[in-house]
Design a protein around this ligand. Structure first.
Ligand code: NAD
Ligand code: MG
Length: 395
């Protein structure tokens, strides 16, 4: 039986992962849980799953958390800024399922891989900021790194039994988000409520906004380059509004393979946990007769500047992808708090990328330094883009 440490347990992917493990109780057990701030939710999960360790960034009542944990038989409780890292570095588990959001997940992933543990990775920001370090650590420690992102899971499934030298193009599909068909100039006044309405997936707030700007697809382009070791020119994005084809591989002989199902993150989670095997599951049922038509459209960089920025960041290399990702986190938070407009998001990211120092991305120290520098630059850019009395204070 494999033991699983779930970090980001109270989030969208964390909850889906727990529903997968509830179905697969004979195969897996939960050995640890981590979250940022929802103490009561974390304790509720601990009552169900009886983990050996808990980690929480912001505990609202540390004494109660420790007392409750002890009564539930939890051996270790980690509290504070780097709680998830200390849990990943200091507890026993077979697989780290990293479902944290943003740069917060980088250090824990690296720590698990350095210990030779398997990582099932939803936290794509880790691969964007520290892709070379992560891939190198996985290789050096003979540790498995399996993507949970549905596009990358689809590609991995398409590549099973194939020689990777036969890859011509990795086609990442996107639903196009809620603003497909509208120009940038028409999006100035969109609200967080409108941007949070994703057409096909229900997800956490940050990735939902990233899906509306297509920044999420940009992150996924970088994630694909790092995971599969291909050049940026070999990764293309295509709009597929039904979200049934999760991605495709085009081979050098002209053949395509695709992976299909109704959209449900429990399937890629299941595959990451059972890889290279398949388990029996009734969680996601799909019927091809429901897919009467599958549509595809070209994606324009002009309508989605965030996608162009990701290719630009790949081209510039070093810590620019890390800075880009950190700036996005800051800008998305400012948009959710109604401090900046939707269209200011790409401007703030691009200006941050042009402001920060590009360092070599070969150490965690440089990555964390660039992450902090980019956040600071993005915060100050957000102030110059602040919305005043319903309009923009132009910078
Ligand atoms: P979410 O906001 O719903 O959940 C995030 C989780 O991370 C929460 O449990 C939160 O408490 C925890 N967390 C955040 N910062 C933390 C910290 N510093 N320490 C410990 N825990 C922390 O987000 P989500 O939608 O589940 O997405 C999680 C990750 O998975 C993101 O990187 C996202 O891009 C990726 N992803 C999500 C989906 C999806 O369908 N939701 C699909 C593909 C990839
Ligand atoms: Mg995805």
């Amino acid at each position: 039986m494999k033991s699983v440490l779930i970090q980001g347990a109270t989030g969208s992917i964390g909850s889906s992962a727990l529903s997968v493990l509830a179905e697969q109780r004979g195969e897996f057990r939960v050995t640890g849980l981590a979250a940022r701030s929802r103490q009561n939710e974390l304790l509720d999960l601990a009552r169900i799953w009886k983990p050996k360790s808990l980690a929480l960034n912001d505990a609202h009542d540390e004494t109660a958390l420790r007392r409750e944990s002890e009564s539930l038989g939890v051996d270790s409780v980690f509290i504070g800024e780097d709680a998830a890292l200390r849990q990943a570095a200091g507890t026993e588990y077979d697989v780290l399922l990293n479902a944290m959001v943003g740069g917060a997940g980088i250090a824990a992933t690296l720590s698990a891989l350095d210990r030779g543990k398997s990582v099932a990775l939803a936290n794509k920001e880790t691969l964007v900021a520290a892709g070379d370090l992560v891939m190198e650590s996985a290789k050096r420690n003979n540790a498995q790194l399996l993507p949970i992102d549905s596009e990358h899971s689809a590609i991995l499934q398409c590549l099973a039994g194939e020689s990777w030298s036969g890859i011509r193009t990795l086609w990442l599909t996107t639903s196009g988000g809620p603003f497909w068909g509208r120009r940038q100039s028409e999006l100035h006044d969109v609200t967080p409520e409108q941007a949070l309405k994703h057409p096909t997936w229900v997800m956490g707030a940050k990735i939902t906004i990233d899906s509306a700007t297509l920044f999420n697809k940009g992150l996924e382009v970088i994630e694909a380059c790092k995971l599969f070791g291909v050049d940026p020119a070999a990764v293309k994005v295509i709009r597929h509004r039904e979200s049934v084809i999760h991605s495709m591989v085009e081979f050098t002989d002209g053949s395509f393979k695709a992976q299909l199902s109704n959209p449900d993150m429990r399937l890629p989670i299941l595959y990451a946990l059972s890889h290279p095997n398949r388990v029996v599951s009734g969680l996601v049922a799909s019927s091809p007769s429901d897919w009467s038509a599958l549509h595809f459209d070209e994606v324009s960089f002009q309508d989605f500047p965030c996608l162009r920025l990701a290719y630009d960041a790949l081209d510039r290399g070093g810590t620019i992808p890390c800075a880009m990702s950190a700036a996005d986190e800051v800008a998305v938070q400012a948009f959710l708090e109604k401090r900046i407009s939707f269209t200011a998001i790409p401007e703030i990211i691009e200006n941050t990328m042009n402001t920060v120092t590009n360092r070599s991305a070969d150490s965690l120290e440089n990555i964390l330094l660039s992450d902090a520098e980019a956040r600071q630059a993005a915060h100050s850019l957000c102030r110059t883009h602040e919305i005043v009395a319903g309009d923009l204070k132009c910078s």
